[in-house]
Design a protein around this ligand. Structure first.
Ligand SMILES: [Ca+2]
Length: 186
């Protein structure tokens, strides 16, 4: 990365946390999802997502099993407000939110197009404020000057091969995070 300041840059690791995966299936009905008032049904499935106090990042990852599927993903807060969505022409969708406020959220999977029904895996990751000891960054502290390129090396260990993980590395100047890199391990 390239520094925007001169001084000492420290790194901080958050995670890695394992994703919580659910298998599901939806019917395909392009008109079934009303984003002003989402209602579950054959083509709309809901998943509660708890973001605890002290959480630092959220990812919701939707993986369609059949690449011919077009599934979409929406995230609502506890007030029923749409706070993020991913609704491309693909079957796979992903929402990533660094700095997510704590609260109760609901993720909706909508079967928009393609063969019906459509199977998928929905995986949620909630990264806390702790270093879980499975990701190392070197150097952890380095002297930088403005516009100087610094290379950091990431290494992970002790992960369960059957799961996927998310975390992030913060770049800090005098205790303030001035940049970050999300780290996914699949
Ligand atoms: Ca889609």
């Amino acid at each position: 990365m390239t520094s925007g300041f001169a001084g000492t840059m420290n790194t901080a690791v958050y995670g890695l946390v394992a994703g919580d995966a659910s298998s599901g299936s939806v019917a395909i009905d392009a008109g079934a999802f009303n984003d002003a008032n989402p209602v579950t049904g054959p083509a709309v499935k809901a998943y509660p997502v708890t973001v605890a106090e002290g959480s630092t990042a959220l990812r919701v990852d939707l993986d369609a099993i059949n690449d011919a599927s077009d599934l979409d993903l929406y995230l609502y807060n506890s007030a029923g407000e749409l706070v993020a969505y991913s609704a491309t022409g693909s079957g796979d969708e992903q929402i990533t939110w660094a700095g997510v406020p704590a609260g109760e959220y609901t993720a909706y999977v909508h079967g928009w197009g393609g063969p019906s029904p459509a199977d998928y895996t929905l995986t949620t990751y909630v990264v806390g404020s702790t270093d879980d000891g499975n990701l190392t960054v070197s150097p952890s502290s380095v002297a930088v000057s403005i516009a100087e390129q610094t290379t950091f090396t990431f290494a992970w260990s002790g992960l369960d091969n059957s799961r996927s993980y998310l975390g992030w590395v913060g770049y800090r100047k005098a205790g303030e995070t001035v940049g970050l890199t999300l780290v996914s391990v699949n």
